[in-house]
Design a protein around this ligand. Structure first.
Ligand code: C5P
Length: 240
């Protein structure tokens, strides 16, 4: 897998025009994009379909947490669109993850990625929803469930990448959002990641993909940020 495809650019925009502008500015350098609920709701799947048509990887971040029939239907829709990744909440349990995996089986390019614990949550947040586990325990528990359900990978904080790689073995994908770039790479830093790490550290720890949004898309020169990031990551020995 090329380094460029390991860098998933989050198109978190509230309008199609700004999302397309970033895609156009990045051109061939941008090989992998994440389309989430905001852009899908405001603009529909047209941009995702265009990206697929141009040979890009498209991660549809649907964060599915529904009855199994609805999850399966949404996964099939993602597969028909040509998405390469779709997310399902591991917190929704084995049944919906298994439904997602079964639905994805008809689409060889589609990977079902289970979301463990959203990176903005803390132990206190888990306690508030009645879970006595710590974040670390919950991440491992959900990742084990996801693996048993047949999911192809997990989404997790970069700080969990090493323990997850040890737990899951060499084959599962580990997708890490919540990465921060060093100030010399971008002027744009985000604050709501409770446990961030830099992208190289995430890949070294065992992540196969990083998701990067605002520090790249809101930078004055997104192409320069992407080029430097790709250069930095391409020097690492990443898992294939
Ligand atoms: O912060 P940034 O803009 O790079 O976020 C990129 C993606 O990372 C978002 O689309 C979101 O899904 C994910 N994210 C996350 N946890 C956060 C903040 C963002 O998982 N605390």
């Amino acid at each position: 897998m090329s380094t460029a495809r390991r860098i998933i650019i989050a198109l978190d925009f509230d309008n199609l025009h700004d999302a397309e502008a970033i895609v156009d500015r990045l051109g061939d350098a941008g090989q992998s994009y994440k389309v989430g609920l905001e852009l899908l709701t405001v603009a529909g799947p047209a941009l995702a379909a265009r990206l697929v048509g141009e040979g890009k990887d498209v991660f549809l971040d649907l964060k599915l947490f529904e009855i199994p029939t609805s999850v399966a239907g949404a996964v099939r829709a993602a597969g028909r669109l040509g998405a390469t990744m779709v997310t399902v909440h591991a917190m929704g349990g084995s049944t919906i993850m298994e439904a997602a995996v079964r639905a994805a089986a008809d689409f060889p390019q589609l990977r079902v990625i289970a979301l463990t614990v959203v990176t903005s949550l803390t132990d206190t947040d888990l306690a508030a929803i009645g879970l006595s586990a710590t974040i670390d325990e919950q991440v491992i528990r959900l990742a084990q469930l996801a693996k048993r359900a047949g999911c192809h990978g997990v989404v997790a904080s970069p700080q969990d990448a090493a323990s997850l790689r040890a737990e899951l073995g060499p084959n599962m994908l580990i997708v890490t959002p919540g990465v921060m770039l060093r100030p010399e790479l971008t002027a744009v830093t985000t604050t709501e990641h409770t446990r961030p790490a830099d992208p190289a550290a995430a890949i070294r720890a065992g992540a196969t993909h990083i998701v990067i949004g605002r520090p790249l898309t809101r930078a004055p020169d997104p192409a320069a940020v992407l080029a430097q990031l790709e250069d930095e990551l391409s020097r690492l020995q990443a898992p294939s």
